[in-house]
Ligand binder design. Sequence first.
Ligand code: 3PG
Length: 196
Amino acid sequence: MRTSPVIPVLVIEDAATARPLAEALVKGGLRVLEVTLRTPAAIEAIREMKQVPGAIVGAGTVVSTDQFELVMKADAEFIVSPGLTDRLGSAITGSGVPFLPGVATAGDIMRGLDLGLEHFKFFPAETSGGLKALKALAAPFYQCKFCPTGGISAATAPEWLAFDPILCVGGSWVTPKGASMAEVETLAREASALGR
Ligand code: 3PG
């Protein structure tokens, strides 16, 4: 979460595009890449992206222990989930792989604390009340750090990143549909230059 200020949330339709995409993102300064399990190409995309020097490739949208096992076979380096269940949380924390589960309520965070977790994705960030909601939520959980994701853009990211418990933000804006690799690299460079 401290490697770069933005974690690109990637939806890869065609695994053949994965490696050039990772190269463009890493060149632009974004090394931590979240490949969402929303397409059949995702597992192959993780394998492809892992070939790119400097890339740290994780799996996102992991919602079941079956999916967790699948992405571990592809050597995913971290796991992101949109929410937190005891079953999935126990399986992942037991494995030792870095895990960023989604939270949107105090109860979600407390379930994470029970599992020994203190780093969370605040999701879906904008529609869960935005920065104002996260500020209220973070107050009692002073030990926790967050990566808000969902509805964040290049324009709004700086405001989020200025809040101390936020180590990074997630978003899909750095890889707009139809963008060329040169465009992705430029967007990545702008995103990686955002300060905390
Ligand atoms: C996610 O899965 O984290 C979000 O879909 C990313 O949200 P965004 O597309 O609004 O950036």
